[in-house]
Every structure is written in C-alpha cells, then in structure tokens.
Design a protein around this ligand. Structure first.
Ligand code: OGA
Ligand code: NI
Length: 366
C-alpha cells in the first residue's frame, strides 16, 4: 500500500504543553495519558546506585594526556560504548560560558508568548521549527514536551525562516555553540574509531559532509508525572548525540539497560553522549544505540539542548568490513542514509523499531 501523504494525515488538535500547564487542568487530557504498560517508573532513588551510574569520560585525558592516560581513557570509552551506549563527558573543552548562554537563551525562547514561538511553526511531517514532532495520528499519545529544532550543517539543511529573531542573540549563540559541539563530535568519533582498532578518520571518511541538527526540549512540570512521558522511548537516528541538561534541571532522562529504566544523574558542566543508529549499523551491532526516554517532574521544569550528528544524506551505509566475516554475518543491509533519515522522521518514536528498516531478517533454518 502506498504511504498516506503526511499533509493529509489527521493528527487532530495538538495542545501546546506550556499553555496547557498554565490552565492548571484538574485532570491530564487523555491524549497525554499513557497506557499502563508505558507509564514511567519515577522512583530513581532505588535505581541510583554507583553501579548504575553512567560511565564518565575525561575528554582532556584523551586530548592532552600522556600515552598511558590516552590508552586507559580510550579503553574506558570503548567499554562505555559497548556496555552502555551512553556516557558523560567532562573537561570537554567547550567554553562553559557558551553552555550557559545557550541554556539561558533557550529558556528565554520557551518563556515567550505562544504567538512569538508560533512564528516558527513545525510543518506537519517535518522536524524543524517549534512544535511536536513525530505525531502521525489522532489517537497517538503525545509527549509532555515542547520542542524547537533547527538544521545546522551543511547549510542546505537550514531553513532561514525558522531561525529565531528573539531573544536577540539566540541564533548567533546557536551558531557558535554548534561549532563547538561539532568539533567535539568529530574528536569523539575519532577516539571511538581508535578504541575499535580502526584508523582515527574511519568514520569521518564514511560520513562525507556530516549533517548536524539541534533540538531544544522544554519539559514543563506536570501534576501527574506518573501518567505521562516527557519524550517517548526511542533510539536516536544519528551517529552520535550530544545532550546538555540545563543547570538545576531535575533528573529526567532514563536509559533502558538490562530491561530496566536507569535515570541519568546530571553532572554539572558535563555533556551526555550517546551512540545512535548509524554507529550500530557501521559496527554491525558491536556498539548499539540504546533506547531512552524522558520523564516529567511534578514541580520542576526541565530543559535539554540536544545535538544530532549524522552522515551526509547521500552516503550508502552498511556494516564496515572489519565487523563481519563467515562467523559473524552482517546483521544490517546496505542502505542510503537519506532514506533512513526520511524513514526515521516519518514514523512515530517507538523504541528501536525504526532500525528494523536496516535489519536483515535472520532466516529460520530449523
Ligand atoms: C532526544 C532525547 C532526552 C532529553 O532529544 O532525542 O533523547 O532528556 N532527549 O531531553
Ligand atoms: Ni534521543
């Protein structure tokens, strides 16, 4: 059956979550109330033991350390990627004032009147601008979140009409911030390659002109955080994702580890990094993109600034030859990354389901 054009889908009226919150509704509208099986576990005290804390990578040891420090940190990085798919980076060499500025200005952006934000509407079926992405039907549950997203690099992915004029220096700050984060992604990909025994430029070579996008997620408080989700479970369609949690934000990000949702405890000034679908495919599943979600908080709001770094839409991707042989068959087919990106943004967020696009179905030999 031919897919239904997105512009003709009936997604119904989508409430703006901040406006909804202002009306202090006595009950949460049904479209936000999750089915029993999807409702979050919020008791993070039970789960936050040192063993369940994300690995912490000291970037300065990789960039400036002596040989011994570099090797030991590369090893830590490799274990973090293989066992967690998520880690926090400290001493990342991005100006802390820049992190603070992007946080303050993003917050200011979301605090503006709705009509100001609606000058940058996210068109149905697209992912740039202000609005709720990944909504495709009237009966789909909605996330307790407002989003504002922009394509950054290469320039042809930009939609200049969506770059905000207010607050005054936000666009400029996004530009500067993205440059810093882009370098960090490039270095991390180099270290990840080295940790895998590949040449440092192995990923960059495959990627071509990498695509970079930014998304600010604002999660208002919710009177019933036990019923809603801030962001539905998903893996990221990128190669690498960099997430900044604004200062003073409550715990909200959770990752699925051994079938348990583990909360990510924010470390001041650290950045959270995770492996996306592209690296899972390239490493033939040695590194996996881990499912994660965000939960809401009863009293506090939460802001995150997320950068997605991915290959050029033009490249063909598949497992790299270092990761398969007669005994380790290819688990993913080759595909065009642009097609994958399109598939990702035209489907609702649903755990790791989008990656089925690239999976080779194992034949039942019995
Ligand atoms: C994302 C994401 C989590 C968060 O934007 O892809 O996983 O804590 N965000 O905002
Ligand atoms: Ni994500």
């Amino acid at each position: 059956m031919a897919p239904v054009p997105i512009s003709t889908l009936n997604v119904g009226h989508i409430d703006d979550v901040q406006e909804l919150r202002k009306t202090k509704p006595k009950t949460i509208p049904q479209r936000f109330v999750r089915d029993m099986t999807e409702r979050p576990t919020l008791d993070d005290t039970a789960l936050s033991s040192p063993q369940s804390d994300l690995p912490v990578i000291d970037f300065s040891k990789l960039s400036k350390g002596n040989k011994e420090e570099v090797l030991s940190e590369l090893c830590k990085l490799a274990i973090a990627c293989e066992e967690w798919g998520f880690f926090q980076v400290i001493n990342h060499e991005i100006d802390l004032n820049l992190l603070e500025s992007i946080e303050n200005m993003s917050r200011e952006f979301f605090m503006q009147p709705l009509e100001e934000k609606q000058k940058y509407p996210m068109a149905p079926g697209t992912v740039q601008g202000y609005g709720q992405a990944f909504v495709f039907s009237e009966d789909q549950k909605l996330d307790w979140c407002n989003m504002f997203a922009l394509g950054i690099e290469p320039h042809y992915v930009r939609n200049p009409n969506l770059w905000p004029k207010k607050p005054a220096r936000l666009s400029e700050t996004i530009e500067e911030y993205s440059e810093g984060i882009r370098k960090l992604c490039q270095y991390l990909l180099e270290y990840i390659a080295l940790g895998l025994g590949l040449k440092g430029d192995a990923f960059e070579k495959v990627f071509g002109a990498a695509v970079q996008a930014i998304r600010m997620n604002y999660y208002p408080p919710c009177s019933r955080p036990d019923l809603v989700l801030g962001l539905s479970p998903h893996s990221d369609g990128s190669a690498l994702t960099v997430l900044q949690q604004a200062k003073g934000s409550p715990v909200g990000l959770q990752i699925l580890k051994n079938s348990t949702w583990v909360p990510v405890q924010p470390i001041p000034n650290a950045l959270v990094i995770n492996i996306g679908d592209t690296l899972e495919v390239l490493t033939n599943g040695k590194y996996r993109s881990v499912e994660h979600r965000a939960v809401a908080h009863e009293e506090q709001d939460r802001l995150s600034i997320v950068t997605f770094y991915a290959p050029s839409y033009e490249v063909e991707l598949g497992p790299m030859q270092e990761f398969f042989d007669e005994n380790h068959p290819c688990k993913y087919r080759r595909y065009n990354h642009g097609e994958y990106s399109k598939h990702y943004v035209t489907n609702k967020l649903q755990g790791k389901k989008t990656l089925d696009f690239a999976k080779i179905q194992v034949e039942n030999t019995n």
